[in-house]
Design a protein around this ligand. Structure first.
Ligand code: IMP
Ligand code: MG
Length: 175
């Protein structure tokens, strides 16, 4: 049975970083941009981020795209599947692609190609967590909440085998 052995980021730390990210994003994306959140992992982050962006004067549209690659495993299958798409009327729009974690980079790279095929405008990438030591595909996020080592984490929308998404904190998940 998996368990959370250590809290990495508590509620106050997460709230402070999300607010700082929103300040940075609101300064750089000044038009009517569209947030494209990747489900399921980004749902809590996006919910907090849009309200922080509102406090700092941004009024983004919100869409979600559902991808899957992990199943119930800790290691990515390496294959990304599109399970749910966004509406098609985003050509020319400035996009903020948001995910919970950039790990190997495959999910973000897949979503980026999909959006670029639809001829969106400038595309920015935002990740709450970056694990650069795990990267297999060349992607870099423009906005990063926390950079961490090769740890498997859960909480704040992020799951371990579909558990712990409800946690308000982010912790290290161990078997
Ligand atoms: P990537 O495609 O390998 O970059 O993986 C991205 C996705 O894998 C993230 O959106 C997460 O859903 C999942 N993931 C990566 N690392 C972790 C982790 O430490 N805990 C839980 N899910 C993770
Ligand atoms: Mg995910």
């Amino acid at each position: 049975m998996s368990q959370i052995t250590k809290t990495l980021f508590d509620e106050a730390q997460i709230a402070e970083r999300v607010d700082a990210l929103a300040v940075d994003i609101a300064q750089k994306l000044t038009g009517e941009f569209v947030i494209v959140g990747l489900l399921k992992g980004s749902f809590v982050f996006v919910a907090d981020l849009v309200r922080a962006l509102c406090r700092h004067g941004a009024k983004p549209r919100v869409e979600f795209m559902r991808l899957s690659s992990y199943g119930l495993e800790r290691e990515s299958s390496g294959e990304v599947h599109l399970l749910g798409d966004i509406p098609t009327d985003i050509a020319g729009r400035e996009i903020l692609l948001v995910d919970d974690i950039v790990d190997t980079g495959r999910s973000i790279a897949y979503a980026r190609v999909l959006l670029e095929q639809r001829e969106v405008g400038k595309l920015w990438i935002c990740a709450l967590i970056d694990k650069p030591s795990r990267r297999e595909v060349d992607v870099a996020a423009d906005f990063v909440g926390f950079t961490i080592d090769d740890l498997f984490i859960a909480g704040y929308g992020i799951d371990y085998a579909e558990r712990y998404r409800y946690l308000p904190t982010i912790g290290v998940a161990e078997q």
